[in-house]
Design a protein around this ligand. Structure first.
Ligand SMILES: Nc1ncnc2c1ncn2[C@@H]1O[C@H](COP(=O)(O)OP(=O)(O)OP(=O)(O)O)[C@@H](O)[C@H]1O
Ligand SMILES: Cc1ncsc1CCO
Ligand SMILES: [Mg+2]
Length: 269
């Protein structure tokens, strides 16, 4: 099972890079530039299209949509909802990143509306997933304050309740569809020291979903595996967060299928 999932992830890595999928990213002001560069380096084609006047129209032509609520305002929420509705209508997968949704009523309400539109994948840090499951999290704003293991039960429950794949990221990532679960090791402790690493990963999950819309579980694992492998390699030459960022973008660009397969550490639970 572990070997099978690793092989599938490697196939999806190759397919994503060969396909260069067009991904609509509705993300926050902090993440926009970094996420676009991450997608380009990884082999996808990002487009940051958020305003309601065009977000729905664009969702119908993109391979997948990703929605991150990091820096919200009414116009953006309207754009997110229009895009998610259009993606659903066009049969396109979409990913939700519920950044700090527990922090304010406005964020909670926005996430509740978006969850009604049934994202294919929900990707968050441990604190965000614990809070989505109704638990008390130790998160501080956008940063997680909880270990991934503590979010696993909430992740399984959320996956079943939503009919979605749930990905919890941290030192060792956890992905579940409610029945099947895997852990993905790798990455670097420098990754949470760079803002928008998680937001960029959410965008990359969209890129993998675009090439395997009917295999959202495997696509999510493959995307998280891509970050884990590239992050671990980048950390070997980095002196701190700033040089890591450069090494990470270069590493995503240079990564090949053989290196991906060799370094991927997925464990079926
Ligand atoms: N301590 C760690 N060791 C290894 N990898 C890590 C660690 N912490 C986070 N990561 C990796 O960093 C990436 C982003 O995960 P994280 O949980 O930090 O997202 P996030 O909190 O949503 O980020 P942000 O909101 O700042 O964009 C994932 O690929 C995850 O595996
Ligand atoms: C720092 C920050 N604030 C709102 S969104 C964001 C990016 C990381 O989630
Ligand atoms: Mg986040």
């Amino acid at each position: 099972m572990t070997t099978e999932i690793s092989q599938t992830a490697t196939e999806l890595f190759e397919r994503m890079r060969a396909t260069n999928p067009l991904i609509q990213c509705i993300t926050n002001y902090v993440a926009m530039n970094y996420a676009a560069n991450v997608l380009l380096a990884a082999g996808a084609s990002p487009a940051m299209v958020h305003t309601p006047e065009e977000s729905g129209e664009f969702a119908a032509i993109a391979g997948a949509l990703t929605v991150n609520i990091g820096t919200l305002s009414p116009n953006w929420v309207e754009g997110m909802i229009a895009a998610a509705k259009a993606a659903n209508k066009a049969g396109k997968p979409w990913v939700l990143d519920p950044v700090a949704h527990f922090a304010t009523g406005y964020r909670r309400d926005a996430v509740a509306e978006l969850l009604k539109l049934k994202p294919s994948v929900i990707r968050g840090n441990a604190s965000e997933i614990i809070a989505l499951g109704g638990g008390q999290s130790a998160g501080q704003g956008v940063d997680s304050g909880d270990p991934v293991e503590q979010a696993e039960e909430a992740a399984r429950g959320l996956a079943i309740a939503q009919g979605a794949i749930v990905a919890v990221t941290g030192e060792v990532d956890f992905v579940t569809d409610g029945k099947r679960s895997v852990r993905i090791a790798g990455g670097s402790d420098l990754m949470p020291k760079i803002t928008a690493t998680g937001c960029s990963l959410t965008a990359l999950v969209g890129a993998y979903l675009a090439v395997a819309p009917d295999r959202a579980f495997e696509a999510t694992i493959a995307a998280l595996g891509n970050f884990a492998v590239a992050g671990e390699i980048a950390a070997k030459t980095a002196n701190g967060p700033a040089s890591f960022m450069t090494a990470f973008i270069d590493g995503l660009h240079r990564l090949d299928g053989a290196t991906y397969a060799k370094n991927l550490r997925v464990n079926v639970q």
